[in-house]
Design a protein around this ligand. Structure first.
Ligand code: HEM
Length: 139
């Protein structure tokens, strides 16, 4: 993950922040379209799902902000990955979440979602997912 990648991800994330709440709604819609069976892992309660969207948004914001300090970010992602294994999340789900995330960014950024921005997010999400999966499997 080089500094250009980090800059592209941080700058594009800033652009979607004003519509973050809407983007989170789109994200879960896309995820449940890609794999309807994962919906059962999430709370069915509407208010709880609202909290879940906020938690994901905040964690993504923290991760994006922390990309230039991976030493600090990695243990946070490892803890998150271990908890995810206990939620019933399987390694294969990470690709589905990655696809939902990319298409949400595409919807939110429009023309600003350039091939370079897509590649940067693919790289960054790949590192995050890999770190979480490995930590979840080591339990
Ligand atoms: C980079 C990837 C991901 C990030 C940043 C992320 C972030 C979060 C956060 C912050 C929480 C709140 C609870 C906690 O901190 O432990 C959470 C819960 C959860 N996540 Fe993720 N997640 C990711 C990937 C996934 C994947 C691949 C799935 C699979 C479908 C998933 C499903 C869930 C579920 C089921 C919960 C618990 C919901 C509940 O019972 O309240 N997440 N996630």
């Amino acid at each position: 993950m080089n500094s250009t990648t980090i800059q592209l991800v941080q700058a594009s994330f800033k652009k979607v922040l004003p519509i973050a709440d809407k983007a989170m709604v789109i994200f879960y819609e896309k995820l449940f379209e890609i794999n309807p069976s994962v919906q059962s892992l999430f709370p069915s309660d509407k208010a709880q799902m609202g909290q879940q969207r906020n938690k994901l948004r905040n964690m993504l914001a923290a991760a994006v902000a922390g990309l230039s300090n991976l030493q600090k970010l990695v243990p946070i992602l490892q803890g998150l990955g271990k908890r995810h294994a206990t939620y019933g999340v399987e390694p294969s789900h990470y690709d589905e979440v990655g696809s939902a995330l990319l298409s949400t960014l595409e919807a939110g950024l429009g023309d600003d979602f350039t091939p370079e921005v897509r590649q940067a997010w693919t790289d960054v999400y790949g590192v995050m997912a890999q770190t979480m999966i490995e930590a979840g499997e080591s339990e």
